[in-house]
Write a protein that binds this ligand. Sequence first.
Ligand code: PMP
Ligand code: GLN
Length: 378
Amino acid sequence: VQTKLPAVGTTIFTVMSALAVEKKAVNLGQGFPDFGCDPKLLQAVTDAMAAGHNQYPPMPGILALRQAIASKIAALYGHSYDPQTEITVTAGATQAIITAILAVVRPGDEVIVLEPCYDSYVPNIDLAGGKVVRVPLTPGTFRPDFDKIAAALTPRTRAIIINTPHNPSATVWTESEMRRLEELLAPTDVLVISDEVYEHMVYAGGKHESAARFPGLAARTFIVSSFGKTYHVTGWKVGYVAAPAALTAEFRKVHQFNVFTVNTPMQHALASFMVDPTPYLELPAFYQRKRDLFAEGLAKTRLKLLPSAGTYFQCVDISDVSDLDESDFCQWLTSEIGVAAIPLSAFYGDGFDQRVVRFCFAKKDETLYSALERLARL
Ligand code: PMP
Ligand code: GLN
């Protein structure tokens, strides 16, 4: 077959999770919690099914859930989205991102991605026939470099994809960085896809700077989030997109043909569950404790910790521990030490190796302790 995606193999997350199972390693690679969600959320699913919510929901999602999403965004970020015309429920952030890209990127359009970036962005742009323009985040700090972004803008630029809190680096964009982006794009008609799936995981009292807070950005942005991250249910694959009505209309043209609708009982359960803000308001403290517990243990090894300001990831510099490249190191760590991690090189098109790997700390304390016990051998 003539392949449309010659550079694509199996994702690093799948590869490392499979190796972790094979080697009986503690899996701190792929990002997902190893603990359950709130039992009230499970009960809400059972109740929704028992109440007969088992047929197709409306194409953009059930209204109650869209209303709950709009209320949350208004309360947290001060921007009002119309649930009828500006919010769409998606099959996770993954489907939200590819749908937004297919909806607006025409063959030959340039799309800027900031590397390192999540692995689905580039193949998504390729499928749309767009031209990927890779702009590196500042080496070492992973902060956006606005001179480089400005230099990458051309009359062919259709969109830029941003991600804060950032997977894999665990950095969080500041208000002034978001303002810089808003100012930079002001004279252009460039669209933004803002991947905010880790919006509720920002630590040390920091603030999530949603694109919704910035009127000049909100007017041109598809904001993407995912309930999988927020409510510890990554396998449910339910997320959403908030975007101005004109963009949402284009989004839904694709959405109705690539997924049409998202499963009904989960939507009802989420709609009733998310009325109470407590779970997501408590999430930073919940994960910060895990981050700190894990960091305290790692500090006793020769792995050097990078800052983790958000997400459920902790990156470490391996250069004092090993001469292997990141990818080989992760294979070795999984096989020989019994802890799976993800090489940052997987988030770069050219496999750039900076001797840094990513651990996920969305795990039971006992899982983290067991990983730390093994890592103590390093
Ligand atoms: N974007 C980023 C940055 C992610 O880390 C993830 C989850 N790994 C996704 C998108 C996809 O989210 P979902 O599981 O809801 O499709
Ligand atoms: N987003 C998760 C991560 O970065 C993995 C999701 C996936 O397996 N595609 O680890």
